[in-house]
Design a protein around this ligand. Structure first.
Ligand SMILES: [Zn+2]
Ligand SMILES: [Zn+2]
Length: 81
């Protein structure tokens, strides 16, 4: 009778998974985007300093005046470009 020795080979092999690359493309606002909502296209300039700053929607919201987003001056209304 031959004594049978049992050998366990516990081989733990580290396998390298695919490295998750984080290449998140930052969505930069468009160059001609409204400075208030940053979504719509700018269509109006301030009646004052004359900076193009707002889309139609935001110009309507601040139709009675506000502060220019470009230079900080107060303006009395908007002019359509
Ligand atoms: Zn807007
Ligand atoms: Zn301005």
């Amino acid at each position: 009778m031959a004594s049978s020795g049992m050998t366990f080979s516990a081989g733990t092999k580290d396998h390298d998974g695919p490295v998750a690359s984080t290449s998140a493309a930052a969505s930069a606002p468009a160059e001609d985007a409204c400075l208030y909502c940053k979504k719509e296209r700018r269509m109006y300039e301030t009646d004052g300093c004359g900076h193009e700053a707002a889309c139609k929607k935001c110009a309507m919201k601040t139709a009675t005046g506000g502060k220019c987003k470009v230079c900080g001056q107060l303006f009395a209304g908007w002019r359509q470009m």
